[in-house]
Design a protein around this ligand. Structure first.
Ligand code: FAD
Ligand code: FES
Length: 282
C-alpha cells in the first residue's frame, strides 16, 4: 500500500487529522500504549521530545509526546489516565478513531551529546518522552563516551518498558539504574528517589549532557544535584509541562515567564528553565 500523503502544519495546525487505533497494550495499571495509524493523510514526522495534541472526540484535547514512530506514519503514544481526556484516549478500542495535530515544540538535542557522556533521567511517565531519545542513543552508542539511563517509579509495577530497560542495560557502553519509591517483596533493586542513585552513573561532569523528564519537583532536584556535581546547567535539558489549548502560541494557556511552553518548549535547557519553574501555572 502506498504511504499516505503527508499533511504539513501549513495546512491548518488547529484541525485534527484522523488516526485509527491499530494496536493497544497496557504498560501498567494506569498507562496504555496506543499504536495509531493515519486514517487518511498523515502528519509530518515528529522529533523525540516533540508532542502532538490528541483529541478524544466529544471529550477534549491534550498534549502527548511522541512515543515511537513506526512505518507508514504510525506513532505509538503512551498515555497515563489521570483525568477525563487521558482516560477517554486510553480507553479507545482497536478500530476507534482519535484526532491528532502537530507535531509541536522543541526536541531533545542528542547531537549536543556526541563525544560526551549522555545521561537520561526519567521519573514515572517521563520515560515516555525520553524513550525515543534513548532508542536513538543506544543504536549509536559509540557516538558517546557512555550512556547512563536512570529511571524512577512509584512502585515496581509502575516501571514502564521493563523489557526495554533490561535490553538497554545489556548493551555495551550503556548503564541502566532503576529505583522505586515503594518496593514490594519481589523487588531487590534500589529504593528511593532518582537523585539518590545518580552518583551510581559513571560520568565526567564537565563532559556530560543530561536529559531529564518527570514531575517538576523531580526535575528541579535532579538539575540541582547535577549542578552540584559540576554538570553545567546549560548542558541539562528538561521537558516542561503546562496545560495547553492551542499549542501554537495563540491562547496564552501555557505561558511561563516571557515565553510559551508550546513554542519555546517543552525541551528547555535548565539554566533557562529553573527560574521559570518558580512561576506558578495559570
Ligand atoms: C508537552 C507535554 C507532553 C506530554 N506528554 C505526555 C505523554 O506522553 N503521556 C502522558 O500520559 N501524559 C503526557 N502529558 C501530560 C498530559 O497532557 C496530561 O496528563 C493531560 O493533559 C491531563 O488531561 P486530562 O483531561 O486527562 O486530566 P485533567 O482533568 O486535566 O487533570 C487530571 C489531573 O491531572 C493533573 N494534570 C493535568 N494536566 C497535567 C499536566 N500537564 N501535567 C501534570 N499533571 C497534570 C491535574 O492537576 C489533575 O490532578 C504531557 C504534557 C505536556 C505539556
Ligand atoms: S497552548 Fe496556547 S499558547 Fe501555548
Amino acid at each position: 500500500m502506498a504511504d499516505p500523503v503527508a499533511v504539513t502544519l501549513d495546512a491548518d495546525p488547529m484541525v485534527p487529522v484522523p488516526y485509527e487505533v491499530v494496536a493497544r497494550r497496557a504498560l501498567s495499571d494506569d498507562t496504555t500504549s496506543l499504536t495509531l495509524a493515519p486514517a487518511g493523510p498523515r502528519l509530518a514526522d515528529a522529533r523525540p521530545g516533540q508532542f502532538f495534541m490528541l483529541w478524544a472526540p466529544g471529550v477534549g484535547e491534550i498534549p502527548i509526546s511522541l512515543g515511537v514512530a513506526g512505518p507508514g506514519g504510525q506513532v505509538e503514544e503512551s498515555i497515563r489516565a489521570v483525568g477525563a481526556v487521558s482516560r477517554a484516549l486510553s480507553a479507545t478500542p482497536v478500530g476507534g478513531r482519535i484526532g491528532l495535530r502537530g507535531p509541536f515544540g522543541t526536541s531533545w538535542d542528542l547531537d549536543a551529546a556526541v563525544g560526551r557522556h549522555l545521561l537520561l533521567v526519567a521519573g514515572g511517565v517521563g520515560l515516555v518522552p525520553l524513550r525515543p531519545a534513548v532508542l536513538d542513543a543506544v543504536e549509536r552508542a559509540s557516538d558517546f563516551r557512555g550512556i547512563g539511563v536512570v529511571v524512577g517509579a512509584r512502585t515496581p509495577g509502575d516501571l514502564l518498558f521493563q523489557d526495554e530497560l533490561t535490553d538497554w542495560g545489556e548493551r555495551p557502553g550503556v548503564q541502566v539504574v532503576t529505583t522505586v519509591d515503594h518496593a514490594d517483596r519481589a523487588w531487590h533493586g534500589h529504593v528511593g528517589v532518582v537523585t539518590e542513585v545518580l552518583d551510581l552513573v559513571d560520568l565526567d561532569p564537565a563532559r556530560t549532557t543530561a536529559m531529564v523528564c518527570g514531575p517538576e519537583v523531580m526535575m528541579r532536584f535532579v538539575a540541582q544535584a547535577l549542578d552540584g556535581r559540576g554538570v553545567p546547567l546549560a548542558d541539562v535539558q528538561l521537558s516542561l509541562e503546562r496545560n495547553m489549548k492551542c499549542a501554537i502560541g495563540h491562547c496564552g494557556h501555557c505561558q511561563i515567564g516571557g515565553g510559551f511552553v508550546c513554542l519555546d518548549g517543552p525541551v528547555v535547557a535548565a539554566d533557562r528553565a529553573l527560574p521559570l519553574l518558580q512561576v506558578r501555572e495559570r
